[in-house]
Design a protein around this ligand. Sequence first.
Ligand code: FE2
Length: 388
Amino acid sequence: MQLSGNWNYPTAIRFGAGRASELPALCRELNIKRPLIVTDPGLARLPLIARLTDYLLSANLVADVFCDLRPNPVGRDVEAGVDAYRAGAYDGIVAVGGGSAIDVGKAIALMVGQKHPLWEFEDVDDNWTRVHVAGMAPVIAVPTTAGTGSEVGRASLIIDESEHRKVIIFHPAMLPKIVLADPELTIGLPPHLTAATGIDAFVHNLEAFCSPLYHPLAQGVALQGMKLVHDWLPRAYADGTDIEARSHMLAASIMGATAFQKGLGGVHALSHPIGAVFDTHHGLANAVMLPYVLQRNRAAVKDSLAEAAHYIGLADTSFDGFLDWVLQLRSQLGIPHSLAEIGIDASRADEIGRMAKLDPSDGSNPVELTPDDYSALFCAAVEGKIDG
Ligand SMILES: [Fe+2]
């Protein structure tokens, strides 16, 4: 099968190995003549960014790089990017990277045209209606990880340092105009990041699938997304140059973020504050937390997970069979079993519990969880004890 195509759901996606060279044509399609490449400092040093810049320059497009951003980006990163964008009179953003760089790229594109400060666009009530849409810059998103799926998302996660809180900045028009999804760009991802980002993609599909909200389109996408991770993540982890595995994982990542318009759940409700407080890698926090939250949700999700287990081809299609497979996959991918193993202790459990309850992902967890429940889950994950 040719693993390449032009997809228009949920946005325009140019998918396939070797397609990064189409970047100048896509800029022209959006009438971008002076693109600002937004990426992270690690990627900025790699030949990949030089190659993308060369493509643009050889097509007579001015292209500069902004890379002054953190792995868990903060408001100052966005402000610096907005300043750079204005100073260089750019007319579009090419956001290249994992979730951090793409989130910052999308937030810069939003903020170059607004009068309100960033935090006034938090995804609360109808804040998004304040956005001056015509002022926003067009974004081409170029993912280099298969995990967050930020390239097909309508929000950015930015930390408000004054509150140590991950804030969701949302507007429907933050969905990038075009996604350039070239699996060759994910080949350089080392195994531990392939694992952590791959599990993040899996959790997006899983939490969307288990969300009690009605969204049958997302349900179908989520089921196939989980199967792709089951079939291909171990191969992408074992051999990072396996382009077939990298292609299917990039698709699974796009599918996860498409599906989670149906909602996320307790894993993300906890991993957001864990990331904000301990600066933990988002995918890693999800990967550690996943089995603890699954077990806590057991009564509400056992039937739907039996359905998923059957579809993805597990030998034991019971809830326990699904949980056992998750635990086995995690250990196969070298993911630690407890938060203690990544240097997190339980001293801030109450705070994490309160923050998890306030996280928007809490609302679509299949069972009601109180702040104390979240604190208990966090403590269980610190100790490595899965109840039941
Ligand atoms: Fe995530």
